[in-house]
Design a protein around this ligand. Structure first.
Ligand code: AHR
Length: 503
């Protein structure tokens, strides 16, 4: 796509709001406490859903929520999570503290999505489920009340179909490793079976298939899988390919990131540099798609698990970890990378939204706090639904900058990250000052890069307004977001505003 900037034509692409998506599964206290507190809870809630989480996801501009997993998808029995008298099942992970509760199921998840204004993305159990179970779940969500499962949904108080458009067929990590889909054709056959059972309703349904995660060393897997699904590049492949990649001291290749709060300056630099791996993943999947999918059908990338995974986040503590300003810088640079590649990256899910890994919120009973990552979402949401603008900057590895605009160029948003730990920089926007006013200017930073928000110090790191001038200072380890609005054209001399209104 191209837009006109003054006399220049710019090649650009759309920044899909789905790049601000989140993932939330049954791990640690993400669902029970972080999301669902129950209708009788003294904690403020809407039909059992924690109100602060609903409001926070809205404020963060979250466009889609992926559920129920992750690995949970491979164990999830959707029928156990609907209707009255739901029983717990045996847990499949120690993080579920002795039982797998079903109080929060499909209806509650859809309610959360509706309240947030986000699209639901449901991941089907391809690993230990059956195509029939998937068909029934699909009908429960999308069938009208004359269908068997649409009628069941109506009985449960929801007569209108949910119209769930986005479905994941399996989970990239666990499917390949736990279920031993080491043979890509085995998964490809299952993908085709699952697609076949809903063939009559495919319409604008989008199916997300498996790609690679950071644990895979199995190059050749995606290529063979796509060759089988597309029948040798003749038929339609998956609408999107799932990619998972965690960076951080918990992961074998990233020990040098060290711990969540106690890390050296070298570990900080290593962590932010490690983000290059996301570009490699995107380039790799872009190549797979170009070479192994038919050009007649569109396949995109769904980066459905991304974030920092620190060594403190173990199954025993429910994958809970602290976040510092380093996590915010990492999130900001990740978003820039996804926006820059949004011609092919259609979705990106921060993992996971409450109490687990690089979350947006931490909760504990009555207590609730926003993490630094939440503020990056909040500031950067201005880019969503806009078009990328080229940024020309002197060669500088410390500053990571991104700009976007609406198609009429009335609104320009710029975000800039100063990754350096002690140097500050000046950014000069005087070239825009004739035609644009700065209407919003905000910064996210902290005294020390190791600062963090806790229940006791909830505002150690939060967005703050700064002076709206065309020359902006970026202190060390800071993130700035600026919104420029085109100046209103002055009225032609012989008219007055009053005369126009009268006419
Ligand atoms: O996000 C935690 C887990 O990490 C997910 O369930 C799984 O897909 C990945 O390995």
């Amino acid at each position: 796509m191209q837009i006109q900037f003054g006399k220049t034509t710019i090649d650009t692409h759309y920044i899909n709001p789905f790049l601000h998506s989140v993932f939330g599964e049954y791990i640690g206290t993400l669902i029970y406490d972080g999301t669902y507190v129950g209708i009788d809870s003294p904690i403020e809630n809407i039909d059992g859903l924690r109100k602060a989480t609903v409001d926070g996801l809205k404020e963060a501009g979250v466009a889609a929520i992926r559920w129920p997993g992750g690995c949970t998808a491979d164990h999830y029995r959707w029928k156990d999570g609907i209707g009255k008298n739901r029983k717990s099942r045996m847990p499949f992970s120690v993080s579920q503290q002795g039982e797998f509760r079903h109080d929060y199921g499909t209806d509650e998840f859809i309610k959360l999505c509706r309240l947030v204004g986000a699209e639901p993305i449901i991941v089907a159990n391809v690993a230990t489920g059956t195509p029939e179970e998937f068909l029934n779940w699909f009908e429960y969500c999308n069938g009208d009340i004359h269908t068997k499962y649409g009628a069941l949904r109506a009985e449960n108080g929801n007569p209108e179909p949910y119209n769930v458009k986005y479905w994941g067929l399996g989970n990239t990590d666990e499917n390949v490793w736990h279920i031993a889909y080491n043979d890509p054709v085995e998964y490809a056959r299952d993908f085709r079976k699952y697609r076949t059972v809903i063939m009559g309703s495919l319409g604008d349904i989008k199916l997300i298939g498996l790609g690679l995660s950071e644990r895979h060393e199995t190059y050749g897997w995606v290529e063979s899988c796509l060759d089988y699904i597309t029948g040798g590049q003749k038929q339609k492949g998956p609408d999107s390919l799932s990619v998972h990649h965690y960076i951080g001291g918990m992961k074998a290749r990233y020990y040098e990131c060290e711990e969540s709060v106690c890390y050296s300056d070298e570990a900080y630099t290593f962590t932010i540099d490690a983000l290059k791996a996301y570009q490699t993943d995107i380039d790799l999947h872009r190549k797979y798609i170009a070479e192994h999918c038919s050009p007649k059908f569109k396949t995109t990338i769904c980066f459905d698990e991304w974030g920092l995974w620190h060594p403190e986040a173990t199954e025993e503590n429910g994958l809970n970890q602290a976040q510092t300003m380093r996590d915010a810088i990492f999130a900001a640079c990740s978003f820039h990378l996804f926006y820059k590649n949004s011609d092919i990256v259609e979705y990106a899910m921060e993992t996971q939204y409450a109490n687990v890994l690089q979350s947006l919120f931490e909760t504990n009973g009555e207590l609730f706090v926003n993490t630094p990552t939440f503020y990056v979402f909040k500031l950067f949401k201005e880019h969503l639904g806009k078009y990328m603008l080229p940024v020309s900057m002197p060669e500088n590895d410390d500053i990571d900058c991104f700009a976007s605009a609406d198609s009429s160029l009335d609104h320009i948003t710029v975000s800039a990250v100063n990754k350096h730990l002690c140097r500050s920089y000046e950014l000069d926007f005087s070239a825009l000052s004739d035609r644009y006013d700065i209407v919003k200017a905000d910064i996210l930073t902290s005294q020390s890069v190791r600062d963090r928000n806790t229940f006791e110090t909830p505002d150690a790191i939060r967005d703050k307004p700064i002076r709206r001038t065309h020359s902006i200072c970026l202190p060390a380890h800071s993130i700035v977001r600026l919104c420029f609005y085109r100046k209103i054209e002055p009225f032609p001399k012989k008219w007055t505003q009053k005369s126009i209104i009268c006419e």
